[in-house]
Design a protein around this ligand. Structure first.
Ligand code: SF4
Length: 153
């Protein structure tokens, strides 16, 4: 049974994490939570998403979250925030923007549609190669059911 939250907060770079998700993550709980969020948004793509640059519903089940901050390493809090800001800049959105998943997906596909753009944003993220393994030619395809299903409603 999929819940139907009316809104959810997501930090900006997690939009890329969700698109590239292949079932990997920092812990079993983290993976289950991320999969659940993707399932919820797939089932209810008109859910309002507030784009933020701090810990969100995905971080909530991450073992690296300490005191409401990303503590994956000593520079993580600042580095991850900068990654969020790069995504926001690429999408021409601001912190606190509220948008539904359908409109957001269209925007992502328009603005974050090449491996080069994603490489630049993701930097040395340990999951980058797995996420980008979804690419072919120069254009990133929407492989995740998450994105494919959005357009079926
Ligand atoms: S590594 Fe940091 S930014 Fe990523 S989910 Fe965990 S707490 Fe959040």
């Amino acid at each position: 049974m999929v819940n139907n939250p009316s809104s959810i907060k997501l930090r900006a770079h997690h939009l890329l994490c969700m698109r590239g998700f292949k079932g990997y993550g920092y812990s079993k709980d983290f993976v289950n939570n991320l999969r659940s969020i993707i399932d919820q948004l797939t089932a209810h793509p008109t859910t309002e998403i507030e784009i933020i640059d701090e810990c969100d519903a995905i971080c909530a089940h991450c073992p690296h979250k300490k005191n409401d901050r990303c503590a994956a390493d000593k520079n993580a809090w600042q580095r991850i925030k900068e990654r969020d800001h790069k995504v926001l800049q690429a999408l021409t959105l601001g912190v606190g923007t509220k948008i539904n998943m359908i409109d957001l997906t269209i925007l992502i596909e328009e603005k974050l549609n090449t491996p080069e753009v994603v490489q630049d944003i993701c930097g040395n993220c340990i999951w980058k190669d797995i996420c980008l393994n979804q690419t072919n030619s120069s254009t990133i395809k929407c492989f995740a059911n998450f994105f494919r299903n959005l357009f079926k409603e």
